[in-house]
Design a protein around this ligand. Structure first.
Ligand SMILES: [Zn+2]
Length: 519
């Protein structure tokens, strides 16, 4: 009897004591709507069915929850049951994983019979990629999406606007790309790390055609792409492009400094909202997702600028707002009104959460010290959990080891009541010190494997030792696929500077890293 290694661990898995074999002669018979699920299997088997070798059925049933599936490998065929496209796709992912691990004989895959019943614990299982601090080309983004789909993650949060670069094409405001997508150092500068400007012209953004291509690629894999335009802070690239959006109207440059700047959009100037209405309208049209991330984090650094701006102060007084934080909440609500017009529901980081914030704006927890705020807000609005200490995968493995990621427990954090609206979990890949595919994969994997199981599998069904055993097969798979997963899982960590240099071709750092990263 063979037990296959599946991450995330299914709810229920019962092995049979018999065998069934499939080959490229096995037809995949598929409910029309589940075509992507069928293709996943037939592409792997390179199916040229002649009907002689039994069959694989993907069937529609009404009695399964969203994203749930059942997979049966019996003596007379393979059956995947689901009530929606996502469930069918995940059934196919599980079956493909089994096929990859199966014994092969005379062009046939010999499968152990089994029954798997499975459904996710969290509806929202996300991964955020910051493409502003460093840009990742379309192929790298697609490769990350493929890896996500293989682990049944379903939300790709795409961070597209930052102090250090504006990375999505705007046809209405071409200056956002001509000026805002370019900075004068590839590497971000940081005094503590001793990083100075390297003087390289670093200019990148995704064209609207590339965005559409990525969105479509993701959708085929049951991944929804949620764009983020960070407001009103983290906007240096926007202000550099259109100086009149700032409080003082002065000319600025896209920054190459790592860290938080005080750049902030003027809240008192109506032009800001005319601009946002047009820009957000343009961006919204590119993404079918009903959700849109509006940032809202770390704007406090710009509050001093608002304090010294006549227009912002006039706005604050006119509205009877008590301070700049309240002015930011008003700002976020105004952006929310714009997005509603375009049929979108916003999500924002926990920094701007307050009872006065529009109830339709979902909150995303990131700061450890905001847990009580977010617990309170979870009774009023949808919440996504991405606490820094567990799910920030740009952090060193010594601070966030694999085991720690796996031990995350939303109940221990206080999300225990059924009336709390904790929609799910998200892991974060900030890229100040991640440049290129190698460094990205090193930071992500195998922590994303652990994250995927935490997001999908019920707490009562999770055991680290058991996960770690199954991870063995995934490591072999990643090695074969050329995914540069980290062989370091905790204990000691490599500095961020060290990880950064993973991206530099032929560097001494990279060479020594390769030695360390060998099994
Ligand atoms: Zn102002």
């Amino acid at each position: 009897m063979v037990k296959y290694n599946i991450i995330p661990k299914p709810n229920s898995y019962i092995s049979g004591d018999s065998e069934y074999s499939v080959s490229s002669d096995t037809p995949v018979i598929c409910f029309e709507e589940f075509i992507e699920a069928g293709k996943l299997i037939s592409d792997y088997l390179k199916t040229k069915p002649d009907g002689s070798d039994g069959s694989i059925h993907i069937k529609h049933v009404g009695n399964l929850a969203r994203e749930a599936y059942a997979l049966k490998i019996t003596n007379d065929g393979v059956y995947i049951y689901a009530s929606d496209k996502a469930g069918a796709y995940y059934g196919a992912v599980t079956f493909k994983t089994i096929l990859m691990q199966s014994k092969k004989e005379n062009g046939k895959a010999i499968l152990n019979t089994l029954v798997i019943e499975d459904a996710p614990d969290n509806a929202y299982r996300g991964l955020m990629l910051d493409c502003c601090r460093h840009y990742f080309d379309v192929d790298t983004v697609k490769s990350m999406l493929e890896n996500m789909a293989f682990l049944k993650l379903n939300k790709f949060h795409w961070h597209l606007s930052e102090d250090q670069g504006f990375r999505i094409e705007s046809k209405l405001f071409p200056e956002l790309n001509e000026i805002g997508s370019e900075r004068h150092s590839r590497r971000l500068t940081n005094k503590t790390l001793g990083f100075e400007s390297d003087g390289e012209i670093y200019k990148h953004y995704y064209t609207q055609d590339e965005v559409k291509d990525i969105v479509e690629f993701a959708a085929k894999r049951n991944i929804e792409v949620i764009p983020e335009i960070d407001l009103p802070g983290h906007t240096m690239a926007m202000l550099a492009s259109i100086p009149s959006l700032s409080c003082d109207g002065e000319k600025r440059e896209v920054t190459d400094v790592a860290g938080i700047s005080d750049a902030i959009l003027c809240a008192g100037n109506e032009e800001t909202f005319v601009f946002l209405d047009k820009l957000l309208g343009e961006v919204c049209a590119l993404f079918p997702s009903p959700v849109f991330h509006i940032g809202g984090d770390e704007a406090f650094k710009g509050y001093k600028i608002w304090e010294n701006c006549e227009k912002c102060q006039a706005r604050k007084n006119e509205l009877g707002l008590k301070d700049e934080k309240a002015l930011q909440v008003w700002f976020m609500n105004r952006v929310c009104e714009i997005l509603k017009k375009y049929g979108k529901t916003p999500v924002a980081w926990d920094d701007c959460m307050s009872d006065d914030l529009d109830g339709s704006i979902a909150g995303q927890l990131w700061r450890q010290n905001a847990v009580s705020v977010i617990k309170h807000q979870s009774l009023k609005r949808d919440i996504v959990l991405s606490p820094t200490m567990y799910f920030y995968f740009d952090w060193k493995y010594s601070i966030t080891p694999l085991k720690k990621v796996y031990k995350f427990n939303k109940y221990k954090m206080g999300f225990t009541k059924p009336e709390q609206r904790a929609r799910g979990l998200e892991c974060e890949l900030w890229t100040e010190w991640i440049d290129g595919k190698d460094a990205l994969e090193f930071s992500a994997f195998p922590r994303v494997n652990a994250f995927a199981e935490v997001a999908w599998t019920k707490l009562t069904n999770r055991k680290y030792k058991d996960f770690y055993k199954r991870l063995g097969w995934y490591k072999t798979y990643m090695k074969l696929k050329g995914i540069n997963y980290s062989r370091i899982e905790g204990g000691f960590g490599l500095s961020r500077a060290f990880i950064y240099h993973l991206g530099g071709e032929g560097s001494e750092f990279k060479k020594s890293m390769e030695l360390k990263n060998q099994e």
